[in-house]
Write a protein that binds this ligand. Structure first.
Ligand code: RAM
Length: 452
């Protein structure tokens, strides 16, 4: 137990208890983010993502004593090493375990926390910062254990938390340019991308992530004041409108064309129409704001009307007056996802937004979030509704719940009622230090916006 979650390279010394040893020492090591990975068997593996992400390794050591450096970079707090074979005449002794941790986050740049936070909130900030720090490598990785790639939706949240803590603007800029550089010929940015051996986009296209490129550039400009980069990326932001507006009808309503992966959350039963409508709208508003700041509003003259059409369509088709809540799809499903994204998109009035949360809590059939990614957007929506105290209470309940379960970095997925929940049919495959879970540091360190 290294006492905290780290990302890095592990080594130890293997020495024989007696000489001569007449066979190589075969070690099996398991690197674990959580005790579950340490204690439960990896095989037979029931999961959908590749078994090769699970962090176990077999190494044969011919000459002892030797310092053994394990070849991969691991994300872990715990290591278990077994000697699975060796000389029948001499035991192997393993000593001096060492980890060389790596990150591109600089702790000395972190500003002090605002005063008045509770001890629990301070611990939450520490855990969220550690989560972010361990995901910050040569890009903002989604999870240093699994995927290890740059996802656009994760990037936006990491960048926000980074502005409030490590303030590594270069890393955000690098990630934005990686997205720009790996876009298709038509200008569609990558939903996720790989850096090595040469930057290349992943195969999938998430519509809601694509819509978040403009907000990510706007946040970056606001935080860094690096106008040159925002100007450089502006043509890409404009070209993306062609993609995000493609599934929006002339009536201003989003309809699933079947051509995109609609993500929003890892919930198969979620009707995504309202959340997609909200995310696209959120992206349009950010594009317009960016245009204004860069003096380019004349290049997107159609935008204000497109925004108005989408707001009107949302109110006409997705707002249920009798419930006082937003509904989604033909089944008129009520969910936390729909409310969060409609609020973030500025569809309800300030008063409607404030009143919607208590109604939602008592609406028993409302679909609840699965991942911290959606929980984040719920908190952000409360935050932007001017409900700071409610937002912080929510943070305390959900992220605090992970802390109470022993988290020392925040998890990719946590459903209190089903702790083995996994999008990949294996909780061992879940990432336990995950990009999109790091935002408590942003909420705790950022003054809330003025109530709308
Ligand atoms: C998973 C990863 C990643 C996320 C995608 C949609 O594969 O957790 O963080 O962005 O889902």
């Amino acid at each position: 137990d290294f006492g905290e979650h780290v990302v890095g390279f592990f080594s130890c010394v293997v020495a024989p208890a007696a000489h001569p040893i007449d066979a190589p020492v075969r070690l099996r090591a398991v690197f674990a983010e959580t005790p579950a990975e340490l204690g439960e068997r990896f095989d037979p593996y029931p999961g959908t993502l590749s078994r090769s992400w699970l962090q176990d390794e077999v190494i044969n050591v011919d000459d002892t004593p030797a310092e053994v450096r394990f070849p991969r970079r691991y994300a872990f707090r715990y290591v278990r090493i077994e000697v699975v074979a060796g000389s029948p005449h001499a035991h192997a002794i393993i000593r001096s375990p060492r980890v060389e941790a790596v990150t591109s986050a600089d702790e000395t740049r972190v500003p002090p926390l605002p005063s008045g936070l509770s001890e629990r909130q301070r611990s939450m900030d520490r855990i969220a910062r550690r989560t972010l720090r361990n995901c910050m490598q040569t890009v903002f990785e989604d999870g240093p254990k699994r995927d290890r790639r740059l996802w656009l939706g994760d990037l936006r949240l990491q960048a926000l938390a980074n502005y409030a803590t490590f303030r590594n603007y270069d890393l955000v800029r690098r990630c934005l340019y990686l997205h720009a550089g790996t876009a298709t010929d038509r200008g569609l940015v990558a939903t996720c991308l790989f850096e090595r051996p040469a930057p290349v986009r992943g195969r999938n296209n998430i519509l809601d992530y694509t819509a978040l490129f403009a907000p990510t550039v706007l946040d970056y400009l606001e935080a860094s004041s690096d106008r040159a980069t925002a100007e450089d990326l502006w043509p890409m932001v404009v070209r993306l409108l062609e993609f995000t507006l493609e599934p929006v009808g002339p009536d201003g309503l989003f309809r699933d064309s079947g051509r995109w992966w609609l993500f929003v959350d890892w919930d198969r039963e979620l009707d995504r129409q309202a959340a997609e409508q909200g995310t696209i709208l959120y992206g349009l508003r950010a594009t317009l704001e960016l245009a204004r700041r860069l003096g380019r509003a004349h290049e997107v003259l159609f935008l204000p009307a497109a925004i108005e059409r989408m707001v009107a369509a949302s109110r006409r088709d997705l707002w249920d007056e009798s419930l006082g809540l937003f509904v989604s799809g033909e089944s008129r499903q009520v969910s936390w996802a729909s409310q969060a994204w409609m609020v973030l998109a500025g569809v309800p009035t300030a008063e409607e937004a404030r009143q919607l949360w208590p109604r939602l809590r008592t609406h028993a059939a409302a679909r609840t979030p699965v991942t911290p990614y959606l929980h984040h957007h719920v908190v952000e929506a409360m935050w932007r509704s001017g409900l700071r105290a409610e937002a912080l209470a929510y943070l305390e309940q959900y992220w605090g719940g992970m802390m109470d379960r022993g988290a020392d970095t925040f998890w990719e997925v946590w459903v209190p009622a089903n702790e083995r929940e996994s999008p990949y049919r294996s909780h061992l495959m879940n990432s336990y230090c995950h990009a999109w879970s790091c935002t408590p540091s942003w909420f705790l360190r950022t003054p809330p916006p003025a109530a709308p």
